[in-house]
Structures are given as C-alpha cells and as structure tokens.
Write a protein that binds this ligand. Sequence first.
Ligand code: PHE
Length: 438
Amino acid sequence: MAAPESVVQVGERWSSRLTFILAAIGSAVGIGNIWRFPSVVGQNGGGAYLLPFVLAVFVFAVPLMILELAVGRHLGTDVVSAFGHFKARFRTLGCITCLILFLMMSYYLVITGWTRAYAVFSLSGTEIAFSSFTSSYQPVVFFVISVAITGVVVSLGVRHGIEKVTSILVPASFVILAILAIYSGTLSGFGEGVEYLFTPDFSVLADPTIWSAAFGQAFFSLSVGMGVMLTYGMYLGRGISIHRSSVIVTVADISVAVLAGLVIFPLVFTFGLEPAMGAELAFTVLLQAFHSIPFGQVLSVIFFLLLFFAALTSAISMLEVNAATIMKKTGMDRKRTSILLIIGTVIVGIFPCLSYSGANLSLSGIRVLDIMDETVGTFGLPIAAIFISLVFSWYFERKELAAEIPGRWPPFVSLTTRYVVPMVLVVVTMSTLIQAVL
Ligand code: PHE
C-alpha cells in the first residue's frame, strides 16, 4: 500500500533525534509520573505494584509506542487520516480517539492550571490551602491561562513552538527533580520511603486490581494508545531509530516516576503523613510538609514548577494531535486551528474546572472533573488503545513495519500488538467496569 500524500512540510519536522526524544519525553512525563504514579503506588500497597507496572510498560506499552511511531512516520499523516487510510469507515474510530483525547485534555489542563497556581502562590509566599483555593474562582483564571499557553505553543508549530519549549522545559525538569531527590535523601524518613517504594509483596500480585491499575498507568504514563506518538511520529525524519528512541523515552519516563516517588514518600514519612492519600497527595499532603520545613518555600516553588512544566509539555502533545487532524481535514492554517482549539477547550474544560471552584459543579453529588476522570480517563483511554492496536497491527503490513524498524523487532511488535495488547486491554477494562458497577 502506498503512503498517502504527506501533509508534513519541511519546516514541520523535528530538527534532530535529540529534539524529538525531548518532545516525546515531554509528552510522556507529566502529571501521571509526578503525581499520579506515587498516589497509585500508595493505593496499591507500595513496592508490590512496581513489578506489574514495569512489566506492563515493557511488554505492552513499548510495542504499541513503536507501532504508533512507525505508522505515523510511514503514512506521514494525522490520526483520523491514518485510520481512514486502511478503510474509509475506520475514520470514525480515529474521530472517537481524537474526541476522547480532547476531553481528557480539557480536564488535564484544569489540573495543569492548579499546578501553575501553586507555583505562583509559592513564589509569592502565599499560603493557601487546596480547599480554599478550590472554593474560590481562581482555578478558572489559571485554567484559561494554561489553555492559552498550550495553544500559543502549538500555534508556533513543531520547530518553533513544541520543539523550542520542550528542549528547555524537559532538561529543566530533570535538574529540578535531581535537586529534590538529593534533598529528600537528607530526610529522616528517607529509608522508610525507599523501603515503601521498593519492598515487593508478592502476595498482592494475585489481586487483579493491581494489574488493572498497572496497565492503566503504563499506557497513560507513556502517552500511548491515544495517537500522540502517531502524530509525533509523522514529524520524524528517516534516519532516526524508532525502537531506540522508544526505549530511551520509556526509561526516562520510568526513571522520573520512580524519582518522584523517592521525593514524595520520604517527605510523607518524615512528617508522619498518610501515603495512601490518593489524588490530592500533591496538593494537600505535600503542601502541609512544605509549610513545616526549612527552605519549604523554595522547595515548594521548584516542586510545583516541575509539575507545571511536566503537565504543560504533555498538554501540548495532546493538543497537537487534534491540531494536526483539524489542519488536515479543513485545510485551515496552524494559527486559526489553534485559536479554534483554545476556544473549544475553554468551553468544554470550564465544566470540570468549575467543579473544583466556588461553583462546585457536580452531578448527583460527584464533581464533574471526577466523573470525567472515571469515565473518559478510565475507559476512554483503553478503548482508544484497543482501536489503535487492532487497526494498525492488522492492517499495517508486516513489510511496511519492517521498513521502519529493523531485525527482530517487527515480529515482536506485531505479535504483541495484534493479540496480547488488545486482549489484555479488553480483560482489564471489563474487570474495571464490573468493579465499578458492583
Ligand atoms: N503521559 C502524560 C502523563 O503522564 C499524560 C498523557 C496521556 C499525555 C495521554 C498525552 C496523552 O501525565
């Protein structure tokens, strides 16, 4: 099958392997690593969770990442057209994937706004509890600003926008994380934190909920199964090795998650706080710790900056998927497309945003953001990942795959993405659904 006419112009390619890898790491490393990973570890019994997570990452998420990048580079086109390339009616699956990602982005940017808010508060020395913050209307302001920043970066294009921003923010995030990790090494609770994070308790491996949590986290954390890697793959030059880059991005992603755990758990134990605090871990537990330690203000500034940088570079990748699709479908230029997406994201995201504000927008007592996370976040992502793995592994021919990745990789990638990944995703999603209903 011949590749369709490429929409990629010369200016719209990564300028080097390094900038591509930094952008891909920027997408992968996000709130999922620094905030969600430690809280999922906390809820799933500490170190026990690490084994299924690493397994899920290397055996399932990496092959899908490689497949997405290979299809993206080979076809050189956006998600919807890539689906449509194989069969016209698959376009619907591409549209559903884009919609799921758009909805996810709309509340991801709400949280991005919170991280920005706390970076600003810490910088100005304002001590404001998360509950007071979310009972004001400030979250709306920070949300709108975050959407605008994301949109502006995307409007500047691959080289002048995404690549420039990720080349600065991703290395800066690594430096910040290293400083925080060194600091946490000096805390009295460090040993306990390390033990909590690394001591495996093999008995919990029999519990299916651990596995389902691990798979969900692996796909979310690596940004695979949503068309992000496919979109970034279309800007990839021929000379860049897809499998090596994927391994580098994955190792970086896991390292950040583990390092974040090494920063957070020692803080939690040093101050006698509760590790299994769930999603509000960063905004309540840690804030409490920062308020009570020397240099707490500096630490909290850099911690929330890190969260903000990580969230922003992930949100940029989510927006780019829809931007690429709209540009291709409508022929609109990047600027107009970005303005349209900024407006659309504000209109949709205002609902989850208001649910954590003075308006307290809820449906049957549950905040809209939580509802979206439990529906779109929990089920949308695996559904999109099932579409992507099934369509691209069965219809993208083995020899086309072999043109993108060398040696033994094509059989490994195609076997796992054809059979194992969709099967595991179906089982995990069904079991989560059953648990949710019961
Ligand atoms: N990987 C990002 C994180 O860990 C989230 C993300 C998911 C980004 C899907 C893009 C697509 O926070």
